[in-house]
Design a protein around this ligand. Structure first.
Ligand SMILES: [Zn+2]
Length: 394
């Protein structure tokens, strides 16, 4: 126990920088008024694409330094993957997958892909948010299964993966001190594996997720240029920084000489196509007036205003419900060249019809079970994972 506490302390000090704890910006760090004021004042600090790129560089370096990303191996090779239990559904296939992010740590998830595909497929990463009620957890939730199945039916290979400590990711707790960096690194390693396959078109790669999955979407897009299209959902906020250690547990928004927020971090996607989805019932309720005008200024500076899209649902709440999924389907259809003829439309409403999707029970989606256990070399517990993760660093 004493060794565990010592390792946690060392890791926390290592990542946050000694004496940097006051640099954390967590949860509702600002009021709505303070967030709006920051956007207005910061918009006046740069005037064109060159001065924005200069600022974008400072923001990106802030994330890299604050998270310890620069100490991780940048080209660690192609990770080993287990792909099993292929299930043929109505027009798509579901497989249970584990990717070995680093020796002894497994990123568990599901691949959804078209039942028939002769062409190279676009890729969509689907991280999930902090939904963790029994029977309604992470990648097993119905909204996750539906959007993954729909995109697969439209021709994409989709990877839905567990955030650390969720569902099958029981090697660690979610509130492990290194959650921010570990989770993003797992996303990078998933890309390393998926883009090594010869059936993926590396020019058509997207990411989408809601809430904490929205944070994963804009953070990984900011750090990894291999992502070409981004759809962060119900998360981009001027005043709210994410309430979990995996979103704001490291000093990535603030350093001695700069302050930023999640709007500017989402803006690092530019000039890549981005769709921001917001609603009236959470910290994205001001998007039309506060956050989107700032992002629009960035895309205008690139003279590519049409590559930023926004969908606001003032009567809706914090979720990735059908109406939000529908605008995402349209956006990804356009930017990933997906095939809408392969999906069903309701003749009366003209809307996407997800009724062909059959939800699978948790047990059918698990990679590991009693008959096929996790490999014997698997790390166990926060202490072992922290020690192995710190060994990766140069
Ligand atoms: Zn979290």
């Amino acid at each position: 126990m004493r060794r565990y506490i010592l390792i946690c302390l060392l890791i926390t000090v290592y990542y946050s920088g000694y004496g940097q704890e006051d640099m954390l910006c967590q949860g509702a760090f600002w009021t709505e008024a303070e967030g709006a004021k920051f956007m207005k004042e910061t918009a006046e600090r740069w005037t064109n694409v060159y001065s924005w790129q200069q600022r974008a560089g400072v923001i990106k370096r802030g994330i890299i330094k604050g998270s310890g990303w620069d100490k991780l191996p940048q080209s660690p090779g192609i990770p080993a993957a287990i792909v099993r239990s292929s299930k043929r559904m109505d027009g798509y296939i579901v497989e249970n997958v584990a990717i070995e992010s680093f020796p002894g740590f497994y990123v568990t998830g599901n691949i959804y892909r078209p039942a028939e595909s002769d062409d190279m497929m676009p890729l969509v990463l689907c991280p999930h948010g902090h939904w963790n009620q029994p029977g309604d957890i992470g990648r097993w939730r119905s909204d996750m299964q539906k959007r993954c199945a729909m995109l697969a039916r439209m021709g994409a290979l989709v990877f839905a993966y567990d955030l650390v400590g969720y569902a099958e990711s029981t090697q660690v707790s979610h509130h492990i001190p290194i959650a921010f960096t570990l989770q993003l690194y797992n996303g990078k390693r998933a890309l390393d594996y998926l883009l090594s396959r010869d059936d993926i078109d590396s020019e058509r790669v997207a990411i989408t997720g809601a809430s904490g999955g929205g944070t994963q979407s804009f953070m990984l897009t900011a750090l990894d240029d291999r992502i070409k299209v981004s759809v962060p959902v119900v998360m981009v906020s001027a005043h709210f920084f994410g309430g979990c250690v995996c979103e704001s547990g490291m000093p990535v928004h603030r350093a001695e000489k700069h302050q930023t927020n999640n709007v500017e971090i989402a803006g690092l996607a530019a000039p890549r196509p981005m769709l921001v989805i917001s609603d009236g019932g959470d910290w994205t309720s001001n998007n039309p007036m506060v956050e989107i005008p700032y992002l629009k200024k960035i895309y205008d500076a690139y003279e590519l205003p049409h590559l930023l899209n926004h969908a606001h649902f003032p009567a809706e709440r914090h979720d990735y419900g059908f109406s939000k999924r529908a605008v995402m389907y349209n956006f990804l259809q356009k930017h990933l060249d997906l095939d809408v003829d392969g999906v069903l439309f309701d003749k009366d409403t003209g809307q996407f019809d997800e009724s062909f999707i059959r939800l699978l029970p948790e047990d059918a989606l698990r990679v590991f079970d009693a008959a096929y256990p996790r490999p014997a070399d698997a790390l166990e517990g926060d202490e072992e994972v922290i020690a192995a993760f710190s060994d990766l660093q140069e």
